[in-house]
Design a protein around this ligand. Sequence first.
Ligand SMILES: Nc1ncnc2c1ncn2[C@@H]1O[C@H](COP(=O)(O)OP(=O)(O)O)[C@@H](O)[C@H]1O
Ligand SMILES: [Mg+2]
Length: 229
Amino acid sequence: MLRIEGLNQYYGGSHILRDIDLDIFEGRTNCLMGRNGMGKSTLLKCVMGLLPIASGKILFQGEDISRRKPHERGRLGLGYVPQGREIFPRLTVEENLQVALASKRSRDIPERVYELFPVLKDMARRRGGDLSGGQQQQLAIGRALVLNPSILLLDEPIEGIQPNIVREISDVIRLLNTEMGLTILLVEQKLPFARATADRFDIINNGQIVAGGEMGELSDDLVQEHLTV
Ligand SMILES: Nc1ncnc2c1ncn2[C@@H]1O[C@H](COP(=O)(O)OP(=O)(O)O)[C@@H](O)[C@H]1O
Ligand SMILES: [Mg+2]
C-alpha cells in the first residue's frame, strides 16, 4: 500500500535517513520501532511531504507521491497524527477538527469522529488546551480522521499519557484497523504497547531499517540489540 524505496534525507550535512526500503502492508497494523533519535519522526514527515528528501521514492497505491504537497497527500488518503499531538491550544475542540476541513466546502465534522470519541462532542466548545493529554491525543487522532484516510500514521501516540488511558488508545487503533479497515503505521518505542497494538514490526537504527517481520517473530535478541535503552 505504502512503499518506500531508496529514501535518503539530510538535515544540513547530517545524513539522517539512509537508503530506506520499507513496505507498509495494506490492512495491517505496522509498527516502526527504534530508540530515540533514530529517524522515526523524520521518516513520517518525509512520507507526509513535510520534509524534503534527497533521493528515493514514496509510492502510495502504486503512485509516486514524493513530489506532492502535504495537503495533496492528505487528500489521497494519508492521515497523520504528529508526535506531541500539535493541537491548537487556543482553538476550541470543534475548531481544531475544522482546521482539517480547510480545503473542503463543508465544515461539518463527520459524525463517525464523534461516535469514535464521544468526549470530543461533549467538549466541542472547550479550548484544546483545556483537555487532558489523553483527550488531546483523541483530538489529534480525530483530526486526522476527518478527511477519511485509508492509512493512518501515528507518531508515539502514548507519549506523556496517563497509564490508564494507554489501553484506550491501543483499543482505538485496533478498532480503526479491524472495524474500519484502516491501514496503520504506528511509530512506537515502548515494547508492551507496540506488541499489544501492532501485528507487524520494522526496526530503524541510525536511519537504517535493520529488521522486520510479524510481531510474533520479534526476538529477544532484536529487542536487546535495537530497542532496550
Ligand atoms: N530539525 C532538525 N534539525 C536537525 N537535526 C534534526 C532535526 N530534527 C531531528 N534531527 C535529528 O535527526 C535525528 C532523527 O531524529 P528523529 O527523526 O526525531 O528521531 P526519532 O523520532 O526516532 O526519535 C536525530 O539525530 C535528531 O537529533
Ligand atoms: Mg520521534
